[in-house]
Design a binder for this molecule. Sequence first.
Ligand code: PMT
Length: 399
Amino acid sequence: MTAKRILLGISGGIAAYKGAEVLRALQKRGHEVQVVMTQNATEFVSPLTFAALSHREALVEEFDCPGDPIPHITLGQGCDLFLIAPATANVIGKMAAGIADDLLTSTFIACTAPVMVSPAMNVHMYENAAVQENLETLRRRGVQVIDAASGYQACGDVGAGRFPEPEAIAEAVEEFFARSASAGCLAGKRVLITAGPTVEPIDAVRFISNYSSGKMGYALAAEALARGAEVTLVSGPVALEAPAGAQLVSVKTAREMLAACEERFGDANIFIASAAVADFRPEDPIDRKIKKGSADEGRLKEIRFVENPDILATMGAAKAPGQVVVGFAAETDNVIEYGQGKLASKQADLIVANQVGGGKGFGTDDNQAALITASGVRSLPLMPKSQLASEILDEIEKF
Ligand code: PMT
Protein backbone atom coordinates (compact mmCIF):
# COMPACT_ATOMS: atom_id res chain seq x y z
CA MET A 1 0.00 0.00 0.00
CA THR A 2 1.45 3.39 -0.93
CA ALA A 3 1.85 6.00 1.81
CA LYS A 4 -1.14 8.29 2.22
CA ARG A 5 -1.59 11.71 3.79
CA ILE A 6 -4.04 11.30 6.64
CA LEU A 7 -5.58 14.18 8.52
CA LEU A 8 -6.37 12.87 12.00
CA GLY A 9 -9.11 14.77 13.84
CA ILE A 10 -9.18 14.39 17.62
CA SER A 11 -12.29 15.49 19.50
CA GLY A 12 -12.81 15.92 23.21
CA GLY A 13 -13.64 12.68 24.96
CA ILE A 14 -11.71 10.38 27.27
CA ALA A 15 -10.66 8.31 24.22
CA ALA A 16 -8.69 11.33 22.94
CA TYR A 17 -5.56 9.89 24.54
CA LYS A 18 -5.95 6.77 22.35
CA GLY A 19 -5.72 9.10 19.35
CA ALA A 20 -1.97 9.05 19.94
CA GLU A 21 -1.96 5.26 19.47
CA VAL A 22 -4.06 5.61 16.32
CA LEU A 23 -1.48 8.07 15.03
CA ARG A 24 1.32 5.57 15.74
CA ALA A 25 -0.60 2.69 14.12
CA LEU A 26 -1.08 4.77 10.96
CA GLN A 27 2.59 5.80 10.93
CA LYS A 28 3.59 2.15 11.36
CA ARG A 29 1.78 1.48 8.08
CA GLY A 30 3.83 4.16 6.38
CA HIS A 31 1.29 6.99 6.34
CA GLU A 32 1.96 10.69 7.01
CA VAL A 33 -0.28 12.08 9.72
CA GLN A 34 -1.30 15.67 10.45
CA VAL A 35 -3.38 16.23 13.57
CA VAL A 36 -6.21 18.70 14.02
CA MET A 37 -7.84 18.90 17.46
CA THR A 38 -10.88 20.52 19.01
CA GLN A 39 -10.32 22.84 21.96
CA ASN A 40 -12.08 20.28 24.19
CA ALA A 41 -9.68 17.55 23.07
CA THR A 42 -6.75 19.62 24.39
CA GLU A 43 -8.28 19.27 27.88
CA PHE A 44 -7.58 15.52 27.65
CA VAL A 45 -4.27 15.47 25.73
CA SER A 46 -1.81 18.22 25.02
CA PRO A 47 -1.27 19.17 21.36
CA LEU A 48 2.42 18.78 22.21
CA THR A 49 1.94 14.99 22.50
CA PHE A 50 0.62 14.80 18.93
CA ALA A 51 3.22 17.29 17.67
CA ALA A 52 6.03 15.19 19.16
CA LEU A 53 4.70 12.00 17.59
CA SER A 54 3.78 13.43 14.19
CA HIS A 55 6.71 15.88 13.91
CA ARG A 56 4.17 18.50 12.89
CA GLU A 57 2.32 21.10 14.89
CA ALA A 58 -1.06 19.77 16.02
CA LEU A 59 -3.53 22.44 14.93
CA VAL A 60 -6.40 23.61 17.12
CA GLU A 61 -7.46 27.13 16.22
CA GLU A 62 -8.24 28.56 12.82
CA PHE A 63 -5.72 31.29 13.50
CA ASP A 64 -2.92 28.96 14.73
CA CYS A 65 -1.24 28.94 11.34
CA PRO A 66 0.48 32.24 10.69
CA GLY A 67 1.71 31.10 7.26
CA ASP A 68 -1.75 30.00 6.13
CA PRO A 69 -4.75 32.30 6.37
CA ILE A 70 -7.23 29.57 5.38
CA PRO A 71 -6.00 26.36 7.05
CA HIS A 72 -9.42 24.63 6.94
CA ILE A 73 -9.26 24.72 3.14
CA THR A 74 -5.61 23.71 2.92
CA LEU A 75 -6.07 20.82 5.36
CA GLY A 76 -9.34 19.57 3.88
CA GLN A 77 -8.00 19.55 0.36
CA GLY A 78 -4.48 18.40 1.02
CA CYS A 79 -5.16 14.97 2.47
CA ASP A 80 -6.12 11.54 1.11
CA LEU A 81 -8.40 10.83 4.09
CA PHE A 82 -9.83 12.83 6.98
CA LEU A 83 -10.16 10.40 9.90
CA ILE A 84 -11.93 11.75 12.97
CA ALA A 85 -11.07 9.36 15.76
CA PRO A 86 -12.36 9.66 18.37
CA ALA A 87 -15.50 11.45 17.26
CA THR A 88 -17.72 12.68 20.10
CA ALA A 89 -21.52 13.00 19.98
CA ASN A 90 -21.06 16.78 19.77
CA VAL A 91 -18.70 16.69 16.79
CA ILE A 92 -20.87 14.09 15.01
CA GLY A 93 -23.91 16.34 15.59
CA LYS A 94 -22.09 19.37 14.22
CA MET A 95 -20.91 17.43 11.17
CA ALA A 96 -24.46 16.26 10.45
CA ALA A 97 -25.90 19.75 10.95
CA GLY A 98 -23.23 21.53 8.92
CA ILE A 99 -21.96 23.59 11.84
CA ALA A 100 -18.44 24.86 11.29
CA ASP A 101 -17.45 26.73 14.44
CA ASP A 102 -13.87 25.54 14.91
CA LEU A 103 -10.95 24.35 12.80
CA LEU A 104 -11.91 20.65 12.86
CA THR A 105 -15.54 21.14 11.84
CA SER A 106 -14.70 23.88 9.26
CA THR A 107 -12.15 21.51 7.76
CA PHE A 108 -14.82 18.80 7.51
CA ILE A 109 -17.15 21.14 5.61
CA ALA A 110 -14.35 22.14 3.23
CA CYS A 111 -12.97 18.62 2.85
CA THR A 112 -12.78 17.16 -0.65
CA ALA A 113 -11.17 13.91 0.53
CA PRO A 114 -13.08 10.88 1.86
CA VAL A 115 -14.04 11.16 5.53
CA MET A 116 -14.12 8.44 8.15
CA VAL A 117 -15.39 8.79 11.72
CA SER A 118 -14.87 6.53 14.70
CA PRO A 119 -17.51 7.40 17.31
CA ALA A 120 -16.55 7.04 20.99
CA MET A 121 -18.89 7.91 23.84
CA ASN A 122 -20.98 6.58 26.70
CA VAL A 123 -23.40 3.78 25.78
CA HIS A 124 -26.52 5.88 26.46
CA MET A 125 -25.17 8.75 24.38
CA TYR A 126 -24.30 6.32 21.58
CA GLU A 127 -27.75 4.78 21.65
CA ASN A 128 -29.47 8.16 21.76
CA ALA A 129 -31.79 8.52 18.76
CA ALA A 130 -30.27 11.88 17.78
CA VAL A 131 -26.75 10.45 17.68
CA GLN A 132 -27.86 7.41 15.67
CA GLU A 133 -29.78 9.63 13.24
CA ASN A 134 -26.76 11.92 12.87
CA LEU A 135 -24.55 8.90 12.11
CA GLU A 136 -27.11 7.72 9.57
CA THR A 137 -27.11 11.16 7.95
CA LEU A 138 -23.32 11.05 7.69
CA ARG A 139 -23.42 7.52 6.22
CA ARG A 140 -25.99 8.62 3.67
CA ARG A 141 -23.70 11.47 2.66
CA GLY A 142 -20.84 9.05 2.07
CA VAL A 143 -18.94 9.35 5.36
CA GLN A 144 -17.45 6.01 6.40
CA VAL A 145 -18.51 5.18 9.96
CA ILE A 146 -16.45 2.72 11.97
CA ASP A 147 -18.82 0.88 14.31
CA ALA A 148 -18.10 1.57 17.97
CA ALA A 149 -16.92 -1.37 20.05
CA SER A 150 -18.82 -2.75 23.05
CA GLY A 151 -17.64 -3.42 26.57
CA TYR A 152 -16.65 -1.78 29.85
CA GLN A 153 -16.52 2.00 29.57
CA ALA A 154 -14.41 4.63 31.34
CA CYS A 155 -17.56 5.94 33.13
CA GLY A 156 -18.34 2.47 34.52
CA ASP A 157 -21.22 1.68 32.15
CA VAL A 158 -21.09 -1.37 29.94
CA GLY A 159 -22.27 -1.42 26.31
CA ALA A 160 -21.71 -0.04 22.83
CA GLY A 161 -19.86 3.21 22.27
CA ARG A 162 -16.32 2.21 23.20
CA PHE A 163 -13.49 3.46 21.03
CA PRO A 164 -12.20 0.46 19.01
CA GLU A 165 -8.60 -0.66 19.42
CA PRO A 166 -6.25 1.72 17.55
CA GLU A 167 -4.93 -1.21 15.47
CA ALA A 168 -8.52 -2.02 14.39
CA ILE A 169 -9.01 1.60 13.31
CA ALA A 170 -5.76 1.55 11.32
CA GLU A 171 -6.90 -1.71 9.69
CA ALA A 172 -10.28 -0.13 8.78
CA VAL A 173 -8.31 2.68 7.13
CA GLU A 174 -6.20 0.16 5.16
CA GLU A 175 -9.33 -1.70 4.03
CA PHE A 176 -10.87 1.57 2.95
CA PHE A 177 -7.83 2.43 0.81
CA ALA A 178 -7.80 -1.10 -0.66
CA ARG A 179 -11.51 -0.80 -1.55
CA SER A 180 -10.96 2.62 -3.10
CA ALA A 181 -8.09 1.25 -5.18
CA SER A 182 -10.34 -1.44 -6.65
CA ALA A 183 -13.26 0.98 -7.18
CA GLY A 184 -13.58 1.95 -10.80
CA CYS A 185 -11.47 -0.91 -12.14
CA LEU A 186 -14.52 -2.28 -14.00
CA ALA A 187 -15.41 1.16 -15.37
CA GLY A 188 -16.68 0.84 -18.94
CA LYS A 189 -17.40 -2.91 -18.52
CA ARG A 190 -20.88 -4.37 -18.87
CA VAL A 191 -21.67 -7.18 -16.45
CA LEU A 192 -24.67 -9.46 -16.91
CA ILE A 193 -25.63 -11.44 -13.79
CA THR A 194 -28.32 -14.05 -13.20
CA ALA A 195 -29.59 -14.39 -9.63
CA GLY A 196 -32.21 -16.07 -7.49
CA PRO A 197 -34.31 -19.12 -8.29
CA THR A 198 -36.48 -19.84 -11.28
CA VAL A 199 -40.05 -20.98 -10.69
CA GLU A 200 -41.66 -23.48 -12.99
CA PRO A 201 -45.48 -23.65 -12.99
CA ILE A 202 -47.42 -26.85 -12.48
CA ASP A 203 -50.81 -25.14 -12.77
CA ALA A 204 -52.23 -21.67 -12.08
CA VAL A 205 -51.36 -21.82 -8.35
CA ARG A 206 -48.56 -24.37 -7.95
CA PHE A 207 -44.93 -24.39 -9.01
CA ILE A 208 -41.59 -26.06 -8.35
CA SER A 209 -38.59 -24.00 -7.37
CA ASN A 210 -35.64 -24.00 -4.91
CA TYR A 211 -34.34 -22.15 -1.84
CA SER A 212 -32.20 -19.54 -3.61
CA SER A 213 -32.66 -16.10 -1.99
CA GLY A 214 -30.70 -14.15 -4.59
CA LYS A 215 -28.25 -12.89 -1.92
CA MET A 216 -25.17 -14.18 -3.78
CA GLY A 217 -26.17 -12.71 -7.14
CA TYR A 218 -27.26 -9.39 -5.64
CA ALA A 219 -23.95 -9.15 -3.73
CA LEU A 220 -22.13 -9.68 -7.03
CA ALA A 221 -24.21 -6.94 -8.63
CA ALA A 222 -23.44 -4.53 -5.78
CA GLU A 223 -19.71 -5.28 -5.95
CA ALA A 224 -19.57 -4.91 -9.74
CA LEU A 225 -21.37 -1.56 -9.44
CA ALA A 226 -18.91 -0.44 -6.75
CA ARG A 227 -16.12 -1.23 -9.21
CA GLY A 228 -17.68 1.04 -11.81
CA ALA A 229 -19.34 -1.56 -14.05
CA GLU A 230 -22.67 -1.19 -15.81
CA VAL A 231 -24.73 -4.01 -14.32
CA THR A 232 -27.78 -5.88 -15.61
CA LEU A 233 -29.31 -8.23 -13.10
CA VAL A 234 -31.61 -10.90 -14.51
CA SER A 235 -33.38 -12.11 -11.42
CA GLY A 236 -35.87 -14.77 -10.52
CA PRO A 237 -38.46 -13.92 -7.82
CA VAL A 238 -36.65 -12.83 -4.60
CA ALA A 239 -37.44 -10.59 -1.64
CA LEU A 240 -34.44 -8.31 -2.16
CA GLU A 241 -34.17 -4.79 -3.48
CA ALA A 242 -31.87 -4.51 -6.48
CA PRO A 243 -28.70 -2.50 -5.74
CA ALA A 244 -29.10 1.15 -6.77
CA GLY A 245 -27.76 1.62 -10.28
CA ALA A 246 -28.35 -1.95 -11.48
CA GLN A 247 -30.73 -2.55 -14.37
CA LEU A 248 -33.16 -5.16 -13.06
CA VAL A 249 -34.84 -7.62 -15.42
CA SER A 250 -37.37 -9.70 -13.48
CA VAL A 251 -38.13 -13.17 -14.79
CA LYS A 252 -39.86 -16.26 -13.46
CA THR A 253 -38.99 -19.32 -15.49
CA ALA A 254 -35.71 -20.72 -16.84
CA ARG A 255 -36.87 -20.07 -20.39
CA GLU A 256 -37.63 -16.41 -19.56
CA MET A 257 -34.19 -16.13 -17.92
CA LEU A 258 -32.55 -17.61 -21.01
CA ALA A 259 -34.39 -15.19 -23.32
CA ALA A 260 -33.38 -12.20 -21.16
CA CYS A 261 -29.73 -13.34 -21.18
CA GLU A 262 -29.62 -14.12 -24.90
CA GLU A 263 -30.92 -10.63 -25.65
CA ARG A 264 -28.15 -8.99 -23.61
CA PHE A 265 -25.20 -11.39 -23.77
CA GLY A 266 -23.75 -9.91 -26.98
CA ASP A 267 -23.22 -6.55 -25.24
CA ALA A 268 -21.78 -8.00 -22.04
CA ASN A 269 -18.08 -8.19 -21.22
CA ILE A 270 -18.68 -10.47 -18.27
CA PHE A 271 -21.50 -12.99 -17.71
CA ILE A 272 -22.00 -14.46 -14.23
CA ALA A 273 -24.55 -17.25 -13.75
CA SER A 274 -25.26 -17.35 -10.03
CA ALA A 275 -28.96 -18.20 -10.40
CA ALA A 276 -30.27 -21.54 -9.23
CA VAL A 277 -32.02 -22.47 -12.46
CA ALA A 278 -34.48 -25.37 -12.34
CA ASP A 279 -32.98 -28.15 -14.45
CA PHE A 280 -36.44 -29.52 -15.24
CA ARG A 281 -39.94 -28.07 -15.58
CA PRO A 282 -43.38 -29.67 -15.58
CA GLU A 283 -44.00 -30.74 -19.15
CA ASP A 284 -47.50 -29.50 -19.54
CA PRO A 285 -48.59 -26.83 -17.02
CA ILE A 286 -52.23 -25.82 -17.20
CA ASP A 287 -53.54 -22.31 -16.63
CA ARG A 288 -56.20 -23.20 -14.07
CA LYS A 289 -56.03 -24.82 -10.65
CA ILE A 290 -56.00 -28.61 -10.78
CA LYS A 291 -58.83 -29.63 -8.45
CA LYS A 292 -58.47 -32.54 -6.08
CA GLY A 293 -60.75 -35.31 -7.22
CA SER A 294 -61.05 -33.88 -10.74
CA ALA A 295 -60.18 -35.75 -13.90
CA ASP A 296 -56.82 -33.84 -13.93
CA GLU A 297 -55.82 -34.98 -10.41
CA GLY A 298 -53.46 -37.53 -11.88
CA ARG A 299 -51.35 -34.69 -13.28
CA LEU A 300 -50.53 -33.61 -9.73
CA LYS A 301 -49.78 -37.11 -8.50
CA GLU A 302 -47.45 -37.84 -11.36
CA ILE A 303 -45.86 -34.72 -12.77
CA ARG A 304 -43.98 -35.32 -16.00
CA PHE A 305 -40.87 -33.20 -16.39
CA VAL A 306 -38.89 -31.99 -19.40
CA GLU A 307 -35.38 -30.59 -19.32
CA ASN A 308 -34.89 -26.81 -19.21
CA PRO A 309 -32.32 -25.13 -21.43
CA ASP A 310 -28.92 -24.68 -19.79
CA ILE A 311 -28.36 -20.92 -19.75
CA LEU A 312 -24.71 -21.04 -18.70
CA ALA A 313 -23.82 -23.68 -21.28
CA THR A 314 -25.65 -21.66 -23.97
CA MET A 315 -23.64 -18.52 -23.11
CA GLY A 316 -20.42 -20.54 -22.81
CA ALA A 317 -20.94 -21.89 -26.34
CA ALA A 318 -21.74 -18.40 -27.72
CA LYS A 319 -18.76 -16.74 -26.02
CA ALA A 320 -16.75 -14.37 -28.21
CA PRO A 321 -13.04 -13.68 -27.65
CA GLY A 322 -12.64 -11.26 -24.75
CA GLN A 323 -15.90 -12.21 -23.04
CA VAL A 324 -15.59 -13.82 -19.63
CA VAL A 325 -18.15 -16.44 -18.61
CA VAL A 326 -18.49 -17.43 -14.96
CA GLY A 327 -20.71 -20.13 -13.53
CA PHE A 328 -21.40 -21.63 -10.15
CA ALA A 329 -21.53 -25.25 -9.11
CA ALA A 330 -23.87 -26.05 -6.24
CA GLU A 331 -23.14 -29.54 -4.95
CA THR A 332 -23.78 -31.54 -1.82
CA ASP A 333 -20.70 -33.73 -2.36
CA ASN A 334 -17.62 -34.01 -4.60
CA VAL A 335 -17.84 -30.23 -4.90
CA ILE A 336 -14.45 -29.62 -6.55
CA GLU A 337 -14.63 -32.62 -8.88
CA TYR A 338 -18.12 -31.71 -10.17
CA GLY A 339 -17.08 -28.05 -10.35
CA GLN A 340 -14.14 -28.97 -12.58
CA GLY A 341 -16.49 -30.99 -14.77
CA LYS A 342 -18.79 -27.94 -15.15
CA LEU A 343 -15.84 -25.70 -16.07
CA ALA A 344 -15.28 -27.91 -19.10
CA SER A 345 -18.83 -28.94 -20.01
CA LYS A 346 -20.22 -25.39 -19.82
CA GLN A 347 -17.14 -23.77 -21.43
CA ALA A 348 -16.81 -21.39 -18.50
CA ASP A 349 -13.66 -19.44 -17.62
CA LEU A 350 -14.33 -19.68 -13.89
CA ILE A 351 -16.56 -21.87 -11.74
CA VAL A 352 -17.44 -20.86 -8.19
CA ALA A 353 -18.01 -24.19 -6.51
CA ASN A 354 -19.98 -24.15 -3.29
CA GLN A 355 -21.36 -26.83 -1.06
CA VAL A 356 -25.11 -26.66 -0.57
CA GLY A 357 -27.64 -28.43 1.64
CA GLY A 358 -27.60 -28.79 5.42
CA GLY A 359 -27.99 -25.03 5.87
CA LYS A 360 -25.14 -24.13 3.51
CA GLY A 361 -25.14 -21.91 0.44
CA PHE A 362 -28.86 -21.29 -0.14
CA GLY A 363 -30.39 -18.36 1.75
CA THR A 364 -27.42 -17.79 4.05
CA ASP A 365 -25.47 -14.54 4.53
CA ASP A 366 -22.12 -16.36 4.46
CA ASN A 367 -20.75 -18.81 1.93
CA GLN A 368 -17.70 -20.98 1.49
CA ALA A 369 -16.48 -21.60 -2.05
CA ALA A 370 -13.59 -22.66 -4.24
CA LEU A 371 -12.65 -20.73 -7.36
CA ILE A 372 -11.91 -23.16 -10.19
CA THR A 373 -10.15 -22.07 -13.38
CA ALA A 374 -8.09 -23.89 -16.00
CA SER A 375 -5.00 -23.01 -13.97
CA GLY A 376 -6.14 -24.50 -10.68
CA VAL A 377 -8.35 -24.40 -7.62
CA ARG A 378 -8.30 -21.72 -4.94
CA SER A 379 -10.28 -22.67 -1.84
CA LEU A 380 -11.62 -19.77 0.19
CA PRO A 381 -12.73 -19.79 3.83
CA LEU A 382 -16.31 -19.14 4.96
CA MET A 383 -17.01 -15.43 4.49
CA PRO A 384 -19.91 -12.99 3.99
CA LYS A 385 -21.39 -13.20 0.47
CA SER A 386 -20.37 -9.55 -0.07
CA GLN A 387 -16.73 -10.51 0.55
CA LEU A 388 -17.02 -13.60 -1.65
CA ALA A 389 -18.41 -11.36 -4.39
CA SER A 390 -15.29 -9.23 -4.09
CA GLU A 391 -13.02 -12.31 -4.29
CA ILE A 392 -14.91 -13.51 -7.40
CA LEU A 393 -14.56 -10.15 -9.13
CA ASP A 394 -10.84 -9.99 -8.22
CA GLU A 395 -10.47 -13.37 -9.93
CA ILE A 396 -12.49 -12.22 -12.97
CA GLU A 397 -10.28 -9.14 -13.31
CA LYS A 398 -7.30 -11.43 -13.84
CA PHE A 399 -8.77 -12.51 -17.20
O1 PMT B 1 -29.27 -17.18 -3.89
P1 PMT B 1 -28.59 -17.53 -2.57
O2 PMT B 1 -29.59 -17.92 -1.51
O3 PMT B 1 -27.63 -16.48 -2.12
O4 PMT B 1 -27.75 -18.87 -2.81
C1 PMT B 1 -26.61 -18.85 -3.60
C2 PMT B 1 -26.52 -20.10 -4.48
C3 PMT B 1 -26.32 -21.33 -3.61
C4 PMT B 1 -27.79 -20.26 -5.31
C5 PMT B 1 -25.29 -19.85 -5.42
O5 PMT B 1 -24.13 -19.75 -4.65
C6 PMT B 1 -25.14 -20.98 -6.41
O6 PMT B 1 -24.53 -22.00 -6.16
N1 PMT B 1 -25.73 -20.78 -7.61
C7 PMT B 1 -25.81 -21.84 -8.67
C8 PMT B 1 -26.89 -22.81 -8.36
C9 PMT B 1 -27.02 -23.90 -9.39
O7 PMT B 1 -28.00 -23.97 -10.06
O8 PMT B 1 -25.92 -24.66 -9.51
P2 PMT B 1 -25.80 -25.95 -10.53
O9 PMT B 1 -24.57 -26.64 -10.10
O10 PMT B 1 -27.06 -26.70 -10.57
O11 PMT B 1 -25.59 -25.24 -11.94
C10 PMT B 1 -24.31 -24.97 -12.47
C11 PMT B 1 -24.32 -23.66 -13.20
O12 PMT B 1 -25.15 -23.73 -14.34
C12 PMT B 1 -24.80 -22.47 -12.41
O13 PMT B 1 -24.01 -21.36 -12.76
C13 PMT B 1 -26.24 -22.28 -12.88
O14 PMT B 1 -26.64 -20.90 -12.82
C14 PMT B 1 -26.13 -22.75 -14.32
N2 PMT B 1 -27.36 -23.34 -14.85
C15 PMT B 1 -27.87 -24.50 -14.34
C16 PMT B 1 -28.96 -25.09 -14.92
C17 PMT B 1 -29.57 -24.44 -16.04
N3 PMT B 1 -30.63 -24.96 -16.60
N4 PMT B 1 -29.07 -23.30 -16.51
C18 PMT B 1 -27.97 -22.76 -15.95
O15 PMT B 1 -27.51 -21.68 -16.39
